[in-house]
Unconditional design. Structure first.
Length: 132
């Protein structure tokens, strides 16, 4: 894969309660070749699903799997609202998915997981607290 696509959060999404690992074989092309994802999925008892995000490019969506999964009693995924194909995949898996409008930056650093993946020292706010 290309160096700019080297971040695992750009091309994969874990649904821990469903025991599913989704890998984007368009933006993350090449990451499945060495067998690492298959081996990790097998070792962890995960179902590996490949997702072709090339169709999302018509909506100018880059790295649609850069979404946020919050897992308490079930997996809840917050994802870019422009990704119609991904919504259909979540529906087929029975996953609660909440579309979030992402305007402007369609690149990785403007996506949901990248902008919520920060915890400041002394901040006692957790996602469990926010969901209660």
């Amino acid at each position: 894969h290309k160096p700019g696509q080297g971040h695992i959060d750009y091309h994969s999404l874990l649904l821990p309660k469903r025991k599913v690992l989704i890998v984007d074989n368009h933006h993350g092309r090449g990451v499945l070749r060495d067998g690492s994802y298959h081996a990790a999925a097998e070792a962890e008892g995960l179902k590996l699903i490949t997702y072709d995000a090339s169709s999302e490019r018509q909506s100018d969506v880059w790295w649609p799997l850069n979404a946020l999964t919050i897992s308490t009693n079930q997996d809840v995924v917050f994802y870019d609202a422009r990704t119609e194909g991904l919504r259909k995949l979540f529906d087929s898996l029975g996953v609660e998915a909440i579309p979030v409008p992402i305007e402007g930056n369609a690149g990785g650093n403007g996506k949901i997981r990248c902008t919520t993946n920060v915890k400041h020292k002394g901040d006692d706010i957790t996602s469990d607290h926010l969901l209660s």
